[in-house]
Write a protein that binds this ligand. Structure first.
Ligand code: SAM
Length: 189
């Protein structure tokens, strides 16, 4: 049985379900096996659009297979490139960008997201956000480099101008061994 607060995915969906509407344009900054891509594709519907990024070809293959079986296979563009290059592909305002950091579970090559490029991508996503739009970042701290990436993101987002952005963090305070965090940045209206 699943509980609402079981993990970062279940909790972030509580926020995302409220933010994303039919017809919105969204970005999946870390496609992986495509679970978030499919969720976004179905949330924005036929009139909306999703741009999804990953640096691994395997992610494109896995996600396109899932997409073919999904409700709106036409509303999504899968891009084999780093999210730090988001501005090369996305030329319109977005309602939401979702980051699910770290590495792809079950993948042999542990290609992980890195603080510098992650922050570049967050910064560019903030520029693309429409007013009231949100960047949602799931941060894992248990793997090598995860803690450093988490700290870099917290430091960067803590210093975002309060006049322009609301920043909140949700975490699992009774979870042992490096619990993950969700950081959400809302662009003020
Ligand atoms: N959201 C995914 C899902 O639903 O299956 C899980 C994402 S997984 C935790 C992190 C992904 O980030 C990996 O697939 C990895 O290849 C990807 N990644 C690493 N560096 C990246 C970069 N610079 N730009 C885009 N994706 C990157």
């Amino acid at each position: 049985k699943l509980n609402r607060f079981d993990n970062v995915n279940s909790v972030s969906r509580i926020y995302l379900n409220d933010i994303i509407k039919k017809g919105d344009v969204c970005v999946d900054a870390t496609m992986g096996k495509g679970y978030d891509t499919i969720y976004l594709s179905e949330a924005v519907g036929e009139e909306g659009f999703v741009y999804a990024f990953d640096v691994q070809k395997e992610a494109i293959v896995k996600t396109s297979e899932k997409l073919e079986e999904s409700m709106f296979p036409q509303n999504t563009k899968l891009i084999l490139d780093g999210h730090e290059n988001i501005d090369k592909y996305v030329k319109e305002n977005i309602k939401c960008a979702v980051f699910n950091l770290g590495y792809l579970p079950g993948c042999e090559h542990k290609i992980i997201t890195k603080p510098e490029t992650t922050i570049q991508a967050i910064e560019k996503s903030l520029d693309l956000l429409c007013e009231g739009g949100v960047v949602c970042i799931s941060v894992y701290t248990g793997h090598e480099g995860g803690k450093e990436e988490g700290n870099a993101i917290i430091e960067y987002t803590q210093n975002l101008e309060q006049k322009k952005y609301n920043v909140i963090m949700t975490t699992f305070i009774n979870q042992k061994n490096n619990p993950p965090h969700i950081v959400l940045i809302e662009k003020k209206k």
